[in-house]
Design a protein around this ligand. Structure first.
Ligand SMILES: Cc1cc2nc3c(=O)[nH]c(=O)nc-3n(C[C@H](O)[C@H](O)[C@H](O)COP(=O)(O)OP(=O)(O)OC[C@H]3O[C@@H](n4cnc5c(N)ncnc54)[C@H](O)[C@@H]3O)c2cc1C
Length: 445
């Protein structure tokens, strides 16, 4: 059997390792990635993210060494401090602790997770770089992949992990469910902690992940370096409503005035002085110092898709004119559920997808057309309901960050305060406690 994975991002690489571990060694697994090299993909995924306990649990089944690599390069933060823009405490919210879920919520650069998966099994040399897919389509007994360079590859099963602007998704839907800009843009980056005023440094030590919420956006700081890292860095991030989205390549300094107009007067108990607040200092440093890496990330999300595999039909571009779809094209990660970062679940859900798919395929080693249909069916049954629920919750959280009235902010603050006093399990068990291996066993039982 030959399996082709399109996309060498976090989802694609996690899938490669999961399949390698679960399938017979005679299975050929190839990864094709549009970027010319690992260096270019890593450069582009340069922000920071929260890796949730459920995602770490899935990765620990796929590659314990990749997880150890990640754990040595980030910061555990099992709770988040929320403050208002006057500096007042709203609440401290539990956000996934080791005691409860075996893994702490973990903040690290996105590049670290990608790197961990690339180092495993010498992936850098295995990925077919510089291969941009133009079209994929199914025939009666195979999937064909056409690349921009004119070459064609054929496989038994195609896994589309080519991100939010997926070409593989077109095989199922054409342009019908294209990802959409949701009107919110996130901006953020890293700053060395020692470059900040002493009072801000003290604040970061006391509240390693703190988010300020207000009527017109949010602003957060999150420690992102392992305690042993010689360069201690903090991730800053903010999000706000803007349409159309700003250019991703515009220089930071062009944005300073707009950011200060929005956030410059926000207060924090760790303000260096009454005239220069914490937020003002961080934004000014981020924009004025060309060495501080930062990103502009307009938020794209995929509308909820009715199906994740070609089992239920193909679009015009997805068929050779005869085939009607037998589940040989399977979507995974952001290609099928790109979600706003507010749910902090994008990477975790992609890694869960990868593990679930590998464990299902392991049960159908003959790979007949009938078996492939069963794989596609099981994958959708096991994954769709859970991920759609997380997607809806992430979208709800993102929407609550849009501009709103003073009253709606106060209601939100009160609700958060009450929730923060509930037992952690009430808030987080369903998402963070999820165990993919157990779910697959339960499904087949
Ligand atoms: C601002 C921001 C913050 C986030 N924060 C979090 C967080 O806190 N926690 C969390 O878990 N997740 C977070 N995420 C989401 C997370 O980064 C993604 O959900 C995750 O990386 C999914 O990976 P993927 O492999 O499916 O897609 P991607 O990472 O997009 O990878 C897709 C790959 O496919 C390649 N590709 C695309 N088109 C083609 C083509 N035609 N041919 C060949 N290759 C192609 C791309 O070059 C890319 O390498 C965040 C995302 C953003 C934007």
């Amino acid at each position: 059997m030959r399996i082709i994975i399109i996309g060498g991002g976090i989802g694609g690489l996690a899938t490669y390792h999961a399949l390698q571990k679960s399938l017979p060694s005679s299975t050929i697994i190839d990864v094709f990635e549009a970027h010319p090299s690992a260096l270019t993909t890593n450069g582009l995924i340069g922000g920071g993210l929260s890796f949730a306990p459920n995602g770490q649990r899935a990765l620990s089944s796929i590659s314990p060494s990749a997880l150890s690599y990640i754990h040595a390069r980030g910061y555990a933060h099992p709770k988040v401090t929320f403050r208002n823009s006057y500096g007042g405490m709203v609440c401290q919210m539990p956000f996934g602790s080791k005691e409860k879920y075996s893994f702490d919520q973990f903040m690290c650069p996105r590049a670290v997770i990608h790197e961990a998966l690339l180092l495993e099994d010498n992936m850098d040399e295995r990925v077919n770089w510089n291969k941009r897919v133009k079209r994929v389509y199914e025939t009666a007994d195979s999937v064909k992949v056409e690349f921009d360079d004119g070459t064609i590859e054929v496989c038994d099963l195609l896994i589309g992990s080519d991100g939010a602007r997926s070409v593989c998704r077109n095989a199922l839907y054409g342009e019908e469910y294209a990802s959409q800009y949701d009107g919110m843009t996130g901006v953020g980056g890293f700053i060395p902690i020692p470059s900040l005023s002493p009072s801000i440094q003290e604040g970061i030590q006391k509240e390693p992940q703190a988010i300020i919420i207000s009527q017109n956006g949010t602003f957060g700081l999150s420690k992102c370096s392992h305690p042993s890292d010689p360069i201690q860095r903090v991730l800053w991030f903010c999000s706000f409503e803007i349409s159309p989205p700003p250019s991703r390549t515009s220089p930071p300094i062009e944005h300073l005035e707009g950011l200060l107009a929005r956030y410059g007067d926000w207060k924090s108990p760790y303000d260096p002085s009454p005239s220069t607040g914490l937020v003002r200092e961080v934004l000014t440093k981020a924009c004025e110092d060309g060495n501080n890496k930062w990103l502009i990330l307009p938020r794209w999300f995929t509308p909820i898709l009715p199906h994740w595999t070609s089992l239920h039909g193909l679009s015009e571009t997805g068929s050779d004119g005869v085939a009607t779809g037998s589940g040989r094209i399977i979507l995974l990660g952001d290609s099928v559920h790109s979600m706003p970062p507010d749910g902090a679940q994008g990477v975790s859900c992609a890694v869960e997808d990868a593990l679930a798919l590998a464990l299902i395929l392991k049960r159908y080693p003959k790979v007949t057309t009938e078996e492939i249909k069963n794989v596609a069916r099981a994958y959708e049954d096991i994954r769709k309901y859970r991920v759609n629920k997380i997607l809806a919750e992430a979208k709800g959280r993102a929407d609550r960050k849009r501009e709103g009235s003073y009253l709606s902010l106060k209601i939100r603050e009160t609700a958060m305060y009450i929730l923060s006093w509930l037992p952690e399990g009430f808030l987080n068990d369903e998402v963070f406690g999820h165990d993919v291996e157990a779910e697959v066993v339960k499904y087949f039982a």
